[in-house]
Design a protein around this ligand. Sequence first.
Ligand code: HEM
Length: 555
Amino acid sequence: MAKEGDELQSSHTCRCFDRTSLPICCIHAHNLIPAVIIAHDIFLWLRLPPGPSPLPFIGNKLDIPTSQPWLQFEKWSKQYGPVFTLWIGRKPTLIISDPHIAADLMEKQSNKYSSRPRMVVMGEVYNGNASILTQPYGKAWSTRRKLLHAALTPKALKLYKPTQEAEASRLCFALLSNPQGWEKELERFTSSVVFCVAYGHRIDSLKAQVIADRFRYMHFQASLNIPGKYLAETFPLLAKLPKFLAPWKGDVQSMGTREGKANVELLEMVKREVATAKAQGNPDAVPDSLCKLLLEMREKEPVPLSETHFSYVPASLFGAGSDTTASTLCSAFLGLVTHPSVLKAAHAELDRVIGADRTPTFADEADLPYIRALAKETLRWRPVVVLGGTPHASTEPDIYEGWHIPTETTILGNNWAINLNEAYYPQPHHFDPIRFLSDSERTHLGIAKQPYIGQKTHPAKAGHSSFGWGRRICPGADLAANSLFIALAKLLWAYDILAIEGREYDIFAYTDGFNVRPKPFECVVRVRSERHRGVVEREERVARGWLEKFTPFGE
Ligand code: HEM
């Protein structure tokens, strides 16, 4: 009689499980695993929005251009629809080319679509996801986000405005002697604004060590995010191997540790300054900065972040806010050079509202709708964060328009296709701030008709998607908008920004990467008159006085 155990054994034992047939069984298993994976992926593929056909395991890797992929994505959107699927390896990625669909998913259902795709090397190995940018949706992310919001309220932004004005005055002054170096001067301006706002210290030269270090960390981190570079992205367990078995981890982690230490040093610097000022009975001697505000907040209420992770909050301003703002200003220069009527209209408004005896300030903003519209049009025309920045990811399964969207789907808003979508923006590549003027503003400026009425209207109040969506929307959008407004207002008050005669400009010649800017080009940057020069020189002296308290970082 067979015992209970025997029966169990026989039912669990493969009939072919004898010595001679063992290799056959292995072959079966060997074939079975990929077959199951492929069947699983085909099942997902059939239910997701259509897109170019992927290959097993590598997905659409061979179809995606390595240079300016957003252009091909835009073409695919015309073929497959405003939301289509691409496979990055085995990961499905939805590419959205319509602002309403982006809002339907990432704003109206932001509870499901506000995470980030897992970034094993760039996020987890590099710095343990210390930076808000790569943090998955959850408590650790919302702690960081709340801190940033608290230090970037409208009240806090007001504190930073005099510094932005002073830095914009310095920018105008610098261009008197260095008109050809306008791109570097724009970079110095945005770096200094970010460092004054983050730490209460200014940047007088891009050669400052602190800037060189920041760029090194930024470029290193960006280099970790190249699809296919690390097998650990597909097999995350590889990142858990000890360093002697995974030597690449050493380099990645040591750079991450260096950045962490540098961030903590900056935090310590502000702590010391606050303590010294308090000890001297003069706490106001330390300029208001985001870091100072965060430290004050932490004194009142504990923050559940380690010192290193806390130090990443102010540090995130440089990575996210300096290059993006400078690149947007570079695009404004390209737009002005290639659309001279815009410069004329801007000069007309500035001359009428401000006159020739002073430059504009934030107090004039309400009276300068054309300059405000110019900043918005630049953000629309050439979105710096061209593919919407670090992608979103879903945290729950969803059904949208009959398509099944599984958990952990990557969601990418193609800002190139969204902001240049003809249904919303007729003649999308024509750079014209008039698009963003309200009826009353237009009438006031004597422009009878809105020439750019699209079939559809962009759902966002801003009228473009360049700052992202929903709970992940750029927390620095208002700070950036203020920098753009004041820089453009003062620069255009003081300068002609024109094409070099006979020179051809390509409005599509842009760099590659996450954040894009025009490829280097030369143009005429000429002070409008001797009277304007005098005002720029006078206001620079005043600006220098204001900025004295923001001691500079050395070279
Ligand atoms: C023209 C300038 C800027 C542009 C176009 C821009 C655009 C963006 C975009 C598209 C995102 C991703 C949003 C999303 O995932 O939906 C983002 C995220 C972010 N931006 Fe900006 N940004 C700019 C300036 C700034 C500035 C000045 C700051 C500094 C306060 C900043 C801080 C951040 C941070 C911390 C994030 C990550 C937010 C998160 O993951 O929760 N940005 N930005």
